[in-house]
Design a binder for this molecule. Structure first.
Ligand code: PLP
Length: 664
C-alpha cells in the first residue's frame, strides 16, 4: 500500500491573500529541513492566462519541472472554478484523489480561492480538502476584516473535520488580530511571514530565515517535514520507558520480552520506531477491519469531536447515537429492534447476560439463572463474560467468582454435528427450564483457536434455545461486520438471535464502542410505569458521540463489496497455505471468511500446550522476521487481515504463516 504524502493544503481566507507566496515559502523552507522530494500541485487554475501559479511557485521555490504535478485544470475566466467552467462550457471532474508521489514526498496543494468556493454544482473546495486528507494551512490577511474572515474559515474547516495545522498571516498583524485568532479562533499555531518587496526574487531568502522562526518551524514539524537530526524517537527508548511504567494485557513481564514500538499505522501497515514497516496480520486484535487511518473515519472523528465530544446518555440523546441505532437495527438480523450501547466486547456480553437474567425475572421466571455456552468459547474478561467463556489459563485465578455454566461441545475439529446437537438437546431436556440464555460465538470460535463449525449446528442451537424458553445470544464481537464474508455470521446461517453483541469492527477499529441489540419482546419486558422495572445499567461513556460518528463512517465502508473482498482475501490466504495441508507438523488448516488458521502439532512431552505453549512465541518471532505481526494462540497461528490488504500483502502474510510453521 502506498502511503499518503506529507504536506499541506494551502487555502486562504479570501482571494489574493498570499496563498501562492506561502506555498512557495513552504516548499523552499522544507529544502532547508533536508526534505529531498517536493511537489507542488495546483489542481485548478482560473484566470489563466495571465495567472499561472504553478510556473510562479516553481521559479520562486526553485522547483524542477518534474516537481510540479502536471495536468491542472486551466480556465480563462477569473472566477470560481464552477462559474468559470459554466461560462466556458467545460465539464469539470472533481479531482478527489491526491496525485501519486514517491514515498516521503512533501506535497503542497494550493486551493482555488477560499474554503467554500464552489467547484461544481455539488462540491466546494472544502469537500475536496476532506477527500485529500492533508492538513490545512490557512493564509490570512493582516488587515481590517481579517478577524471575521479568518474565524469563519477556521470554524467551517473544523466543522468538516478538516485539521488546521496553522494560520499563516502574510504581513505583520496587530496584536489584537493575533489575539483574536488565538482566543476566538482557537488557532494554537499562528506564523507570520514578511511582506516581500519582490516575491519571486525574495522567497528563497525569506524561507531560509523562516526555518529559524519558532512558529514557522513548528508549522513545518506539524506538516511532517521533520527537522534534520530529529528523527522519530529511538525504539529502545520507548521500550525502556514502557518497561518502567506500563502493565500490558496477557503479558508476563517477568520474561522481559520487548513489545513492538509502533509509532504510526496506515492501511495494513504498522510503522515501528526503528523505521521498520510490518503488516498488521491481526488487524490489531481483530478491530481494524477497514485498515488503519481511514481518512473518512478520521474526518468523522475530528468533525464530531468539535461539534459534540460527549454527553451522558442517561436523560440525554444525540444525533450520532440515534442514527447509528437506526442503521444497526436496519442491518441486523430480523427482529432486533433496540440498541443498548456500551464500551467493548466484554461489556456487550455482560449486558446481554444481565438482560437475559432480568428479562426472565420480569416475566415471572426468576429461577432461570443458568447459562449454556460452548466449549472453547471466549466472550471476554469481565466476570460474567469470563464465566460463559471456557475454562483455561485466562480464568484459572477466578474460579471462585465465576458463576456455574453448562458447557456443551460444538462440532469442531471434525466432531459430528448430529452428536453435538444431541448433546445440547440432552442437556436442555434436563435443565432447559432453568436456563436464561444459550450464548454462542456463531460459526467461528475466535480466541478458542479459530475453530469453525457448521451452520446447521448454529440453526439447531437457536431452535433448541427457543423451544426451551431460553434466550439465544449471539456474540458477534469478532464475527460481525463482514469478517466471515457476510455482514453477520448469524445471517450466513439464516438465524436471528434475541440478543446480538457487537464491538471491535463497529468503529472500523478506531475507538472503543459496543452495542447489544435486543428484540422488541426483550425490551418490552423492561417497559412499565415503574422505574424499578427498567434495565438499571450504564457506563460513563455509553453511546459516546465521537465513537458513534466513527461507527457511522465505518458502516458506510462495510458493504457487499467489502464482504466479497473478505471472501477473496480468505481464498487467497488459503491458497497460500495449501502447501501446509498434509504436512506432518500441521494438525489442521482451517478458516472462514477472511480468517485463516494453522494448528501445529505440539509435542506434549515438551511442555504445556494450548495458549501456554512456547510454540506461539517462536512462530510470532518467525512471522515478524518475515515482516508480519502475528500473535499465535498457543499452537494456532492465524491471520485476520484488514480488508484493505493488497493481494501482494495477502501473499506476504501467507508466506509469514508458512515461515512460522517452519520455525517449530
Ligand atoms: N467476544 C468475542 C467473541 C471476542 O472475540 C472478544 C475478544 O476478543 C470479546 C467478546 C471481548 O471483547 P473485548 O476484548 O473488546 O472486551
Amino acid at each position: 500500500m502506498s502511503r499518503r504524502p506529507v504536506g499541506a493544503v494551502v487555502t486562504g481566507t479570501d482571494t489574493g491573500v498570499g496563498k501562492t507566496v506561502v506555498s512557495a515559502l513552504l516548499l523552499a523552507a522544507v529544502r532547508h529541513r533536508g526534505v529531498a522530494a517536493r511537489r507542488y500541485w495546483k489542481p485548478v487554475q482560473t484566470g489563466c492566462p495571465p495567472d499561472d501559479d504553478a510556473a510562479w511557485v516553481a521559479r520562486a521555490a526553485g522547483l524542477a519541472s518534474a516537481e510540479v504535478v502536471p495536468g491542472a485544470i486551466r480556465l480563462r475566466t477569473p472566477a470560481s472554478p464552477f462559474e468559470a467552467a459554466r461560462l466556458e462550457g467545460v465539464r469539470l471532474v472533481a479531482p478527489t484523489a491526491l496525485p501519486s508521489v514517491p514515498e516521503g514526498t512533501f506535497l503542497v496543494v494550493e486551493g482555488a480561492g477560499g474554503l467554500l468556493v464552489p467547484f461544481d454544482a455539488t462540491t466546494t473546495s472544502a469537500d475536496l480538502f476532506v477527500a485529500w486528507g492533508l492538513p490545512l494551512v490557512v493564509v490570512a490577511r493582516p488587515t481590517l476584516g481579517t478577524m471575521n474572515h479568518t474565524l469563519l474559515t477556521l470554524e467551517a474547516a473544523r466543522r468538516r473535520g478538516l485539521v488546521v495545522a496553522g494560520v499563516v498571516v502574510a504581513g505583520p498583524p496587530t496584536a489584537a488580530v493575533l489575539d483574536a485568532f488565538r482566543t476566538h479562533g482557537a488557532a494554537d499555531l499562528v506564523a507570520v511571514v514578511p511582506t516581500l518587496d519582490d516575491p519571486a526574487r525574495d522567497v528563497a531568502a525569506a524561507a531560509a530565515a523562516l526555518v529559524a522562526d519558532p512558529a514557522f518551524a513548528a508549522l513545518l514539524d506539524r506538516l511532517g517535514a521533520a527537522a534534520p537530526g530529529a528523527p522519530l524517537p529511538p525504539a529502545r527508548d520507548l521500550v525502556a520507558r514502557d518497561a518502567a511504567v506500563t502493565w500490558h494485557p496477557y503479558t508476563q513481564h517477568g520474561l522481559g520480552r520487548a513489545p513492538l514500538a509502533v509509532v504510526a499505522a496506515e492501511g495494513a501497515t504498522l510503522t515501528l520506531a526503528d523505521g521498520r514497516r510490518v503488516l498488521d496480520g491481526l488487524s490489531s486484535w481483530w478491530t481494524s477491519l477497514v485498515g488503519h487511518g481511514h481518512p473518512a473515519i478520521a474526518a468523522a472523528i475530528a468533525r464530531q469531536a468539535r461539534v459534540l465530544d460527549h454527553v451522558q446518555f442517561g436523560g440525554a440523546t444525540h444525533p450520532p447515537a440515534v442514527e447509528l441505532a437506526e442503521r444497526l437495527v436496519a442491518l441486523a438480523p430480523r427482529g432486533l429492534a433496540r440498541v443498548f450501547y456500551s464500551d467493548d466486547g466484554s461489556t456487550a456480553v455482560e449486558v446481554a447476560l444481565k438482560l437475559a437474567l432480568a428479562y426472565h425475572a420480569r416475566r415471572g421466571a426468576p429461577h432461570r439463572t443458568r447459562f449454556v455456552a460452548l466449549e472453547h468459547a471466549y466472550h471476554g474478561d469481565t466476570v460474567g463474560a469470563m464465566s460463559v467463556s471456557d475454562d483455561g489459563p485466562f480464568v484459572a485465578d477466578f474460579r471462585t467468582v465465576r458463576f456455574d455454566v453448562t458447557r456443551v461441545p460444538p462440532p469442531v475439529r471434525g466432531a459430528d454435528v448430529a452428536a453435538c446437537v444431541e448433546a445440547l438437546r440432552a442437556r436442555l431436556a434436563v435443565e432447559g427450564d432453568r436456563v436464561a440464555a444459550v450464548v454462542v460465538e456463531p460459526l467461528l470460535l475466535g480466541a478458542g483457536g479459530m475453530l469453525v463449525y457448521d451452520e446447521a449446528y448454529l440453526r439447531a442451537v437457536a431452535d433448541l434455545a427457543r423451544r426451551h424458553g431460553a434466550l439465544f445470544v449471539a456474540d458477534e464481537v469478532f464475527t460481525g461486520f463482514g469478517r466471515t464474508g457476510a455482514r453477520f455470521a448469524c445471517g450466513r446461517a439464516g438465524v436471528a438471535p434475541d440478543l446480538l453483541c457487537v464491538s471491535k469492527a463497529l468503529t472500523g477499529g478506531t475507538l472503543p464502542l459496543a452495542a447489544t441489540l435486543a428484540t422488541a419482546a426483550v425490551f418490552d419486558a423492561f417497559t412499565s410505569a415503574r422505574t424499578a422495572d427498567a434495565f438499571l445499567h450504564g457506563h460513563s461513556f455509553t453511546a459516546n458521540p465521537i465513537a458513534c460518528a466513527a461507527a457511522l463512517a465505518a458502516l458506510d465502508l462495510l458493504d457487499d463489496a467489502a464482504f466479497a473482498r473478505a471472501r477473496a482475501i480468505g481464498d487467497r490466504l488459503g491458497a497460500g497455505l495449501a502447501s501446509l495441508r498434509g504436512d506432518p507438523r500441521v494438525a489442521d488448516v482451517r478458516g472462514l471468511g477472511l480468517v485463516r488458521a494453522v494448528e501445529v502439532r505440539v509435542d506434549s512431552a515438551a511442555g504445556p500446550g494450548g495458549y501456554l505453549a512456547d510454540t506461539g512465541r517462536r512462530m510470532a518471532d518467525a512471522a515478524l522476521e518475515a515482516g508480519v505481526f502475528l500473535r499465535p494462540l498457543g499452537d494456532v497461528v492465524y491471520a485476520v487481515p484488514p480488508l484493505c490488504v493488497t493481494d501482494a500483502e495477502v501473499d506476504r502474510i501467507a508466506a509469514a504463516m508458512c515461515a512460522a510453521v517452519a520455525a517449530v
